[in-house]
Ligand binder design. Structure first.
Ligand SMILES: [Fe+2]
Length: 125
């Protein structure tokens, strides 16, 4: 499967293209330092400035959290879970880290495929 890598939309001119890229992009939000062996919250959001549709034939079906090449978690959604209206899907994952992590998230749109976030490095102390 082709993976769409994150692109910074500030460098893109066309409004329709900014919207298309942003609404599919996954973003990882978390602290930059975690405590070893303690629960750590990682929020994944899809879209920042733009919202993705939640239609019966076009919606974000899952988001995944990865540490390097290791898949940590997946959250599945059904069409209509976000009210059949454009929305920024959000999932809070809680993981317990053991050592330094390089986190990425992916979002899968039923029409436009898989989208991967930038990596976020988390130091574990
Ligand atoms: Fe889409």
């Amino acid at each position: 499967m082709n993976i769409n890598k994150y692109q910074d939309i500030s460098a893109i001119d066309k409004e329709a293209k900014k919207d298309y890229i942003d609404r599919h992009s996954a973003f990882v939000h978390c602290e930059s330092v975690a405590k070893k062996g303690e629960k750590f919250k990682v929020k994944v959001q899809v879209g920042d400035e733009y919202k993705h549709p939640d239609d019966f034939d076009h919606y974000i079906a899952y988001v995944q959290l990865w540490n390097g090449e290791t898949q940590l978690a997946t959250a599945h959604f059904v069409a209509g879970a976000l009210g059949n209206q454009p929305e920024n899907l959000e999932v809070d994952f809680y993981i317990v880290p053991q050592k330094k992590m390089k986190l990425t998230a992916t979002a899968y749109c039923t029409k436009h495929g898989l989208w991967e976030s930038d990596a976020v490095v988390v130091d574990v102390q």
